[in-house]
Design a protein around this ligand. Structure first.
Ligand SMILES: [Zn+2]
Length: 94
């Protein structure tokens, strides 16, 4: 595992969020600091156990869902990454 490649996915998603929502605020409390969460999707196996879907950092693969957590209140905001990528930037509020 390379720290450089792992960091590049984080930087890529961070830049995507900043470009999409330059004035991003928490939808609950209005705070402007967020944690960018690692993908945390668990898939159920047929035996009922869960396994974690891994990101292929060697391909610098973006996670399918990009999730932010408000650093003050913990409110979670998730985006389908590919929709975010294809949307014209910045994305205005309608
Ligand atoms: Zn908040």
């Amino acid at each position: 595992m390379s720290q450089v490649e792992e960091k590049s996915v984080f930087d890529d998603l961070s830049a995507l969020i900043k470009e999409s929502f330059p004035d991003l605020r928490c939808l609950r409390c209005g705070h402007d600091k967020f944690y960018l969460l690692e993908e945390n999707i668990y898939l159920a196996k047929q035996d009922g156990s869960l396994f974690r879907k891994e990101i292929n950092i060697f391909k610098a693969e973006r996670p399918s869902i990009t999730t932010l957590a408000c650093a003050r209140c913990g409110h979670l905001e998730s985006h389908m990454t590919e929709i975010l990528v294809s949307a014209p930037k910045p994305i205005p509020r309608e």
